[in-house]
Design a protein around this ligand. Structure first.
Ligand code: PLP
Length: 392
């Protein structure tokens, strides 16, 4: 294997690049998780996390990947055999559905074509048809990481309200938090699922549930077996700045540093930066004459862009060339999109030149892998970046 120099380009849609400031924070000595210094750290971590979710309610922090936080949202709010409405937006909505089925929930899975987001009208109709109130929760993925499509959560909330249905609304923000506008309280979400390794610029290892008062009330009657994921001891101990078990201490240092960085930049600026990089990326893709997988411009993701390769090409072979020749990691096509798309992650700790380098790597790798394309995509992106204002 040849020796690589310079920084690896990690441009998958998560895990994302971890800023040096966060790496340094995580490198601090681990402390006693039952001592006063830890309580100060944890209180700060809880406060800062609330600001990112835009909630004044409790946020539970697990030592887990996103999948654990998915499971926590379901087992804390539901009972065996409860009906859940989920919508097929791509690979991750399908994995969440499979998890719910394995837990013994009845899932109504609204079919989708993996090119568009949740249709709020369909959600509203399914709920309006559910006169007996059998559906206990609507569970949707905000940013479908497998497709680069962002669903419109406020419109889904309005559809639930118009149907006058008491269902809980559970939202996966695993690849949107810290990169795409999201407001737990204002949008009336009951459980928001998040994790550390994407917009929050942290390594993998933290999972989050932001919890509404309605979800908390539901958890008192929910009968799904739960132990590690149980909100009650987590919320009880968090009041004093502690956890019922050994927490991921060093990741909490990193969490405080990462959220400090996001707040220093200003959340509005963070979102504008992501939107700008996403637009530059789409201009590059169009310039290459390739197709953006997302079929609905209003649902374009600011976190990633999934690119369809021409018929007869293998997206994984192209990605292997990008990695081997240019030390650039791009996201694979997942599930039914395997080999059909590659995904450019443009979320997290990213600036114009990092994006430009990424797009240069893609353009060079397209040529090296003999993928039919037009040259000039990078130029289109650079022209946009040079002209478009940076901050709001
Ligand atoms: N949901 C979404 C939208 C994701 O992108 C992912 C992972 O990429 C998951 C859930 C699963 O999270 P994890 O792999 O951290 O368990």
């Amino acid at each position: 294997m040849s020796v690589k120099r310079g920084r690896h380009f990690l441009q998958i849609p998560g895990p994302t690049n971890v800023p040096d400031r966060v790496l340094v924070a995580i490198a601090r000595p681990t402390i006693d998780h039952r001592g006063p210094a830890f309580a100060r750290l944890a209180r700060r971590a809880f406060d800062l996390t609330q600001r990112i979710f835009q909630t004044s309610g409790p946020v539970v922090i697990y030592a887990s990947s996103g999948t654990g936080a998915w499971e926590a949202a379901l087992v804390n709010t539901l009972s065996p055999g409860d009906r859940v409405l989920m919508c097929e937006t791509g690979h991750f909505s399908t994995l969440w559905r499979d998890l719910a089925v394995r837990l013994g929930l009845e899932v109504d899975y609204v079919p989708g074509d993996w090119r568009r987001g949740v249709d709020p009208e369909v959600v509203g109709q399914r709920l309006a048809d559910d006169g007996r109130g059998a559906i206990k929760a609507v569970a949707v993925v905000h940013n479908e990481t497998s497709t680069g499509v962002t669903s419109r959560i406020p419109a889904i909330r309005r559809a639930i309200d118009r149907a006058g249905h008491p269902s809980l609304l559970l939202v996966d923000t695993i690849s949107s938090l810290g990169s795409i506008d999201y407001r737990h309280d204002e949008w009336g979400v009951d459980v928001t699922v998040g994790c550390s390794q994407k917009g929050l610029m942290l390594p993998p290892g933290l999972g989050f549930n932001a919890i509404s008062a309605k979800a908390l009330a539901a958890s008192a009657n929910a009968r799904m077996p739960r132990s590690y994921w149980d909100w009650a001891p987590m919320i009880r101990d968090s009041q004093a700045g502690f956890f019922p078990h050994t927490p991921a201490t060093n990741l909490l240092y990193g969490l405080c540093e990462a959220v400090d960085m996001l707040l220093e930049e200003g959340l509005a600026n963070v979102l504008a930066r992501h939107a700008r990089h996403a637009e530059a990326t789409r201009r590059a893709v169009r310039g290459w004459g390739l197709e953006i997988l997302c079929a609905v411009p209003e649902e374009y993701s600011s976190a990633l862009t999934a690119v369809v390769v021409p018929d007869g090409c293998d997206a994984d072979a192209f990605r292997a060339v990008a990695l081997d020749r240019f030390d650039l990691s791009l996201g694979a096509g997942l599930g039914r999109l395997k080999g059909r798309v590659f995904r450019i992650g443009h979320l997290g700790d990213l600036n114009d030149l990092m994006l430009a380098g990424t797009l240069c790597g893609v353009e060079m790798a397209l040529a090296a892998a003999d993928v039919p394309f037009r040259r000039g995509g990078v130029n289109a992106a650079l022209e946009y970046l040079a002209a478009a204002p940076v901050a709001v």
